[in-house]
Design a binder for this molecule. Structure first.
Ligand code: SAH
Length: 338
């Protein structure tokens, strides 16, 4: 099917028909495998004031924390002990973690990983030069959602910041040879189905290797506290559409989906997602990385999370694979040097 035909199919199909097709597409490339990434939320300090986000700068009720470098290493080791081989280091945009410091952390983490294991960063927007340094230090992958493809909606959510800056950063990451991930929120106030379709088409245009898609969940300490909660079905439909447009991408069943619907991650896996990200953040800090209310697994350790996830994966008729799990779309060549 051409992109246009896929979009037509999306528009005309009920969710069951749509997700049956996207599930088939996912299985034809990834079989029943679900990759596991250990997520470490290492700082909730943030200079940004995104209207949707619970850890935005203006939210004074957040208890701010930073993991020390040793804490981060210890957390990675804990993950390794239960067999996890790829890790995602995520944070707010926190100037304390300068590029120099982040490079040192990347080097230390990569030092204790096996040669084929992958390290992903998700720390927001930096200059091309900074991304180059982080890559040199050993970072393999980078995640940064564009949140919405609609310019006006993006700027209104991000304090006037133009969408073009984030898109330029994503193209820098791709040029530098990162396995590149982005994605979007589903159900932001003012979002139309046309915007949702454009979100998916933008993922295709960017040639993403990883696409994170989750429902927007209004947080009581943000300007969007009174926004309506959109149905999670739109999230499953968006996952399905992206899977059809980007058959070889890695797509996580997000924690936000699992937080809004107890079966959310299973349903996402059945709609074409093939990645799960157990939260390895030390339990004492988990509750402080509250991007949205109702976040699940706040009391569980990473090990507990993994046990629970394997059951969920089974229910979805899939199985956990601890492999590095590069996206099949990923071609390891830095365009910058090509
Ligand atoms: N500072 C990094 C990491 C952001 S947190 C960056 O800018 O990329 C990761 C993701 O959480 C965000 O990209 C956003 O899509 C999601 N998120 C934030 N607030 C949310 C909310 N209220 N509901 C659901 N997801 C949210």
């Amino acid at each position: 099917m051409t992109d246009q035909e896929i979009v037509e199919f999306y528009k005309l199909s009920c969710t069951d028909v749509l997700t049956k097709k996207s599930d088939e597409t996912c299985r034809s490339h990834y079989g029943d495998r679900v990759w596991i990434r250990g997520l470490i939320e290492f700082s909730n300090h943030c200079v940004c004031d995104c209207a949707y986000c619970g850890i935005r700068k203006s939210n004074r009720s957040v208890k701010r924390y930073r993991l020390t470098e040793d804490d981060i290493i210890r957390t990675v080791r804990d993950g390794q002990e239960v067999g996890i081989r790829t890790f995602v280091l995520q944070s707010g945009e926190d100037a304390f973690f300068s590029i120099k410091r982040l490079c040192r952390i990347v080097e230390r983490v990569k030092n204790i990983l096996n040669d084929n294991d992958a390290l992903t960063l998700s720390c927001g927007k930096f200059s091309r030069n900074d991304y180059r340094e982080l890559k040199k230090a050993g970072a393999d992958r980078y995640l940064m959602r564009f949140e919405t493809s609609d310019k006006n909606l993006y700027s209104s959510m991000k304090n006037g910041e133009p969408l073009s800056e984030r898109l330029a950063a994503l193209s820098d990451l791709k040029d530098l040879g990162y396995e590149t991930g982005s994605g979007f929120l589903v159900g932001l106030p003012g979002e139309t189905d046309e915007i949702r379709i454009n979100n998916a088409l933008l993922c295709k245009k960017l040639g993403l290797d990883m696409v994170g898609i989750g429902p927007f969940i209004p947080h009581p300490e943000t300007p969007l506290k009174n926004a309506p909660q959109e149905s999670i079905e739109w999230t499953f439909r968006a996952i399905a559409l992206v899977r059809l447009l980007l058959p070889k991408a890695n797509i996580p069943a997000t924690t936000a989906a699992g937080s809004l619907d107890p079966q959310g991650r299973e349903k996402a896996l059945a709609a074409g997602a093939n990645v799960l990200m157990p939260n390895l953040t030390p339990v004492e800090h988990k509750k402080d990385y509250l991007l949205y209310p109702g976040k699940i697994c706040l009391e569980e350790s990473g090990l507990d999370c993994l046990g629970c996830l394997s059951l969920r994966v089974k229910q979805a008729g899939k199985r956990i694979d601890m492999g590095t799990g590069h996206a099949l779309s990923f071609n390891n060549i830095a365009r910058e040097n090509a």
